[in-house]
Design a protein. Structure first.
Length: 135
């Protein structure tokens, strides 16, 4: 069972890496068009979803029992896998909000937060898992 759990987070990392690379491309676009902004938000949603799931899988290998995104983030903070818990909780709230927003100003605000706040945090998580994956 342990080997299966260890394999699961590594398989999930491969999907996380693909999603992260798409988010990274979107973040680097200088001036986003409306369609590109929609892509940025979609890539953020997928990458964030995979972020908490890879945390969950990895933490389970470490012996923790976590069920939800919020729990995964809290345990990851306690174990110094991620920093700035408030930022991650804000990202979780915004991720939940993005699936139901149609107001252009809110979309612009969240896009700005994705580029300037959430992406760097996800990038640090990606770096952490890249090292774990390759070792």
């Amino acid at each position: 069972m342990d080997n299966h759990k260890d394999t699961r987070w590594k398989q999930r990392f491969q999907n996380f890496e693909k999603a992260f690379k798409l988010l990274e491309k979107a973040v680097k676009i200088e001036k986003l068009t409306e369609i590109e902004r929609g892509g940025l938000i979609q890539f953020f949603e997928v990458t964030f979803e995979l972020s908490w799931k890879i945390l969950k899988d990895y933490l389970e290998v470490q012996g923790f029992i976590v069920k939800s995104p919020r729990e995964s983030i809290k345990v990851a903070i306690q174990n110094e896998i991620i920093q700035n818990g408030y930022l991650w909780m804000d990202a979780l709230e915004d991720r939940n909000l993005t699936t139901h927003i149609y107001d252009e100003e809110i979309i612009k605000t969240i896009s700005h937060k994705i580029i300037n706040e959430y992406y760097p945090a996800i990038e640090r998580l990606y770096s952490f898992f890249k090292v774990q994956y390759e070792s």
